[in-house]
Design a protein around this ligand. Sequence first.
Ligand SMILES: C[S@@+](CC[C@H](N)C(=O)[O-])C[C@H]1O[C@@H](n2cnc3c(N)ncnc32)[C@H](O)[C@@H]1O
Length: 258
Amino acid sequence: MFFHFKEYIKHLTNSCNKHGVHSPFVYDFITKCLYKKASKEDVSFFEKYRFNLKTSSKVVCIEEYGAGSRVFKSNIRKVSQIVEVAGIKRKYGLLLMRMMSYFEVKTCLEIGTSLGLATLCLQAKEPKMLLTTLEGCKNTLEVAKEQFDRFGLKNIKVVLGDFKVTLPKAVKNNNYDVVYFDGNHTKTATLGYFKECLKAKHNNSIFIFDDIHWSQGMCEAWDEIKKHPEVTVTIDIFQWGIVFFRKEQRKEHFTIRL
Ligand SMILES: C[S@@+](CC[C@H](N)C(=O)[O-])C[C@H]1O[C@@H](n2cnc3c(N)ncnc32)[C@H](O)[C@@H]1O
């Protein structure tokens, strides 16, 4: 926790807003998407989905994967608590929605479904988008699938299993406009998933990494990703690291205060 706080203070010191940005592509993205106000319709859609989970009396037995939880001590958890702890926060959920429509995303991969809150945000604005989401815990995924049905979310391909097995299959012979990395926040796993997903990127693909300042290991993973020769523009908004591969851009890093 203290590490995270220290990182946040560093971020506040090092970050700038749109005025420090000269690249037109990045400037437009910041002003027309990152800083754009969320619509009431998006807020209400997000809140309805979350409300359903927050007021659920269901309890699920979790199969623990990844870096584990700093909050939960037991594997028997209330759905209402899982959504609070592991689900995407409103500010970032709404930003995901804006990004999907700003970039007119047609194909997307989510690594880490949990209860499907971010899945909803990825698909809400682009209902025809082909979205694949990967999750290891069967019981959590069951709740997510019930939610997708209730909210009429179609075109979501849900894949159950360890990322070690499911990710190589998901990238094989596939191309994604967006990959959202939100599972197993360890350095080794994150770099492994990043390298695997490079096989499915194209010039305009965008990779979004959640929790890049969660731990020393995640900060190191983010530093390596930024340096990767195929990566051009990177944007650190503290909660996420956003990665672009556009060859027409020069390699440049931005730290932006949201
Ligand atoms: C932070 S949660 C995802 C939250 C979700 N994207 C959201 O915002 O609502 C991460 C999920 O990844 C899953 N996960 C972590 N490591 C995994 C692995 N190695 N294989 C399969 N699933 C994994 C966990 O079970 C957990 O549900």
